[in-house]
Write a protein that binds this ligand. Structure first.
Ligand code: CP
Length: 356
């Protein structure tokens, strides 16, 4: 692996490693019992500072199916986080109890910050509205099974594209494959962040933004619906302004190609009418099962091979990130690090542009 941690799919795994993991996931699906014992004696820790059903339980099931064991918390209020323990101390301690850590946290950049202080591999299971790389591995396994390819697809992504971490990771991944194009369907307030558009433009990947789902339906091969992320809004009234504006129903499905597949990372709220569940093009429940195989394959890959040395802490930059949600604003001992993209300085943790 390019890195001992998985924070961002594009930075930490090569495209050939994505293919290796998805191929392994396909084999696990066919022969799941033969993988029991692959992680015997190993312990996986899940540190979930935010709610989860699929990600946490599929990681736990994955480790149990591999013959390993699990520890962790799914509510920080029941851990010493409630007493004021910082992220660094929690990760250092749990790294002493386990062989691999899976972390979900509400702040962008938190998984990367955690990785700086961990002696064992860290997997990002969602850092605020930033990235969700293991959902993307799940999505790739779904595409492999349901479309047979990662290339030559017109992918529509609809809903909360601003806060939906699954779409950020997925777009970056699918842009790596030839012939893909993106139709980004959202209200102006919930458009995809600038760093994703910059990325698509920098690699010449075609994309367009529209605000009408019905117009997109005939164009697309894959529809990736997302929930409006209530927990990321500053107020309830702002959330209610956005809620219910995009709903996939039978009428819209009738406008789509016969070969369309509909994906959704789930949980669903009201953005897909339940009548669509019976349409054979709806693949979101199959997708949750593919997530188990993807995570089994990932755990095997990350625990495989020689133990890599921890890297030294980066030298802190002279400026601080201006994103109020960035982990460096909350865990202030975390050294600020920025990279240059053209003339723009970008925070290495949350990917927001620096305000100089
Ligand atoms: N897709 C996903 O991340 O679901 P959970 O929030 O239930 O883990």
């Amino acid at each position: 692996m390019k890195s001992r941690h998985l924070i961002d799919l594009s930075s930490d795994l090569s495209v050939s490693e994505w293919e290796e993991i998805t191929n392994l996931a396909c084999d696990i699906r066919k022969n799941i019992d033969s993988y029991y014992g692959a992680c015997r004696g190993k312990i996986l820790a899940t540190l979930f500072y935010e709610p989860s059903t699929r990600t946490q339980m599929s990681f736990q099931t994955a480790m149990l199916r591999l013959g390993g064991r699990i520890i962790g918390f799914d509510n920080p209020a029941n851990s010493s986080v409630a007493k004021g323990e910082n992220l660094k101390d929690t990760v250092r301690v749990v790294g002493g109890y386990s062989d691999i850590i899976v972390i979900r946290h509400p702040l962008p950049g938190s998984a990367k910050a955690a990785s700086l202080y961990s002696r064992v591999p860290v997997i990002n299971a969602g850092d605020g509205g930033h990235f969700h790389p293991t959902q993307t591995l799940t999505d790739l396994v779904t595409l492999r099974h349901e479309k047979g390819t990662f290339s030559g697809l017109c992918i529509g992504l609809c809903g909360d594209l601003k806060n939906g971490r699954t779409v950020h990771s997925l777009i970056k991944a699918l842009a790596e494959f030839p012939g893909n194009s993106f139709v980004l369907i959202s209200t102006p307030s919930l458009r995809i962040p600038a760093y994703i558009k910059d990325y698509l433009s920098s690699i010449g990947s075609p994309w367009q933004e529209i605000d009408n789902l019905a117009d997109a339906m005939p164009l697309i091969d894959v529809l990736y619906m997302t929930r409006i992320q209530r927990e990321r809004f500053a107020s309830e009234s702002e959330y209610y302004e956005q809620r219910g504006l995009f709903v996939l129903d039978e009428k819209k499905m009738s406008l789509a190609k016969k070969e369309l597949i509909v994906m959704h990372p789930l949980p669903r709220v009201d953005e897909i009418a339940v009548e669509v569940d019976d349409d054979p093009r709806a693949k979101y429940f199959e997708q949750t099962e593919y997530g188990l195989y993807a995570r089994m394959a990932l755990i095997m890959k990350m625990l495989d091979g020689q133990t890599k040395q921890s890297e030294a802490l980066p030298r802190p930059a002279d400026i601080v990130c201006s994103n109020p949600d960035c982990i460096t604003q909350h865990e202030t001992y975390v050294p600020g690090v920025f990279r240059k993209t053209g003339d723009i300085l970008v925070c290495d943790y949350c990917d927001e542009r620096a305000q100089l």
